[in-house]
Design a protein around this ligand. Structure first.
Ligand code: OSB
Ligand code: MG
Length: 368
């Protein structure tokens, strides 16, 4: 395969409900979509999970556009590739910028799956025909409102409820949820809102039998997480701190994490995601697939990745309709009773509705 044309689009999609984390609120999702065409006209799609501003990590939609336009696209265009695993190596001269790299790599995987006449899931080596999913719920105005929302999603069948926490919205919230939902798998995600000095407070979470606590400490830390894990019974799961197989190995060896959240964009693409998955499997560390409020295209990639065997815990890949009035793929991603059926058609398995994509597009450029 040889990529001969790439289109980058900047999309803006309104979220049905604003989403609040420990660092701020989203009302709209702005992100880049990448459409790659190979020499025989096969089209593949990739989504950048970089946000409009750099609060989750240092990448943004604009830095991704810059890195794609000035470095990654020139490295990849018209280069002969026999397998998507080679994309990583082609990008080796460029440090980090994982979300930018992953955007193209995802499109190359989509093309590869189509050309080898298989679903993206099976191209990755996934075997499941359905995946188990949970849902991530932002910070709410009151605990009562949160309880009502959780109740709705539990009734819809989501297999695990994750709630965002931050200082002042933590122990009481989790205590109430555990009282109201004694048998539901519940976890908390702090998005780095605490420091090791908060260990006494975080240890109070041990009372509530949480499945895990996600990224309690700094986004670039693994040392303090290891110290905290020694004092806490609840398993720690790292999200922001893991950018590569090497990060995963160090975090596991130090005892900083007992579970890993794999996000394709954060680790630089599906090839690296699969390596982390395989390493964790060999170490007995369960993984799950995180989310970045993706449109249908990123969501389709997440569904495919989750079919790998060590994605043991339900991830954050909820139904399209939880985020959008109208998603850009057909059919939309649907979780029923907490399961998503994995599409068996070739490539990402969902049809991209280009008219809908265009209706959300605020900027666009073609590279040849
Ligand atoms: O930390 O997992 C996170 C959303 C935006 C940024 C970071 C995170 C999240 C979520 C939501 O938790 C996951 C989703 O529903 O896509
Ligand atoms: Mg997280």
């Amino acid at each position: 395969m040889k990529i001969t044309e790439i289109t980058i689009r900047h999309l803006k999609m309104k979220l049905k409900d604003p989403f609040t984390t420990s660092f701020g609120t989203f009302e709209d999702k702005e992100f880049l979509l990448l459409e790659a065409k190979d020499e025989d006209g096969t089209i593949g799609w990739g989504e950048s999970v970089a946000f409009h501003s750099p609060w989750y990590n240092e990448e943004t939609l604009k830095t991704n556009w810059h890195i794609l336009e000035d470095f990654l696209i020139p490295l990849l265009l018209n280069k002969e590739i026999s397998h998507p695993d080679e994309v990583n190596k082609i990008f080796e001269p460029i440090r980090k910028n994982n979300m930018a790299k992953s955007t193209i790599e995802g499109a190359v995987w989509d093309i590869y799956a189509q050309q080898t006449n298989q679903s993206l899931a099976s191209a990755l080596g996934g075997k499941k025909d359905k995946i188990e999913v949970g849902i991530s719920i932002g910070i709410q105005k009151s605990i009562d409102e949160l309880v009502t929302i959780v109740d709705g999603y539990v009734k819809e069948g989501y297999k695990r409820i994750k709630v965002k926490i931050k200082p002042g919205w933590d122990v009481d919230v989790m205590r109430t949820l555990r009282q109201k939902f004694p048998d539901v798998a519940i976890m908390a995600d702090a998005n780095s809102a605490y420091r090791l000095e908060d260990a006494e407070l975080l240890k109070q979470l041990d009372e509530f039998n949480l499945t895990m606590v996600e990224q309690p400490l700094a986004s670039d830390d693994i040392i303090d997480h290891a110290t905290l894990q020694k004092q806490m019974k609840t398993p720690i799961c790292l999200d922001e701190s893991i950018h590569s197989l090497e990060d995963a190995r160090k975090a596991v060896e130090l005892g900083a994490t007992k579970i890993i959240n794999i996000k394709i964009g954060r680790v630089g693409g599906l090839t690296e995601a699969k390596k982390i998955h395989d390493y964790c499997e060999s170490q007995g560390i369960p993984v799950w697939c995180g989310g970045m409020l993706e449109s249908g295209i990123g969501r389709a990639h997440n569904v495919a990745l989750t079919t790998l065997s060590n994605f043991i815990l339900p991830g954050d890949t909820a139904s399209s309709s939880r985020y959008w009035e109208k998603d850009i793929i057909e059919p939309e991603v649907v979780a029923e009773d907490g399961y998503i059926q994995v599409p068996q058609t070739v490539g990402i398995g969902y049809k991209v509705n280009v008219d809908t994509v265009e209706s959300y597009t605020v900027d666009k450029k073609i590279y040849r």
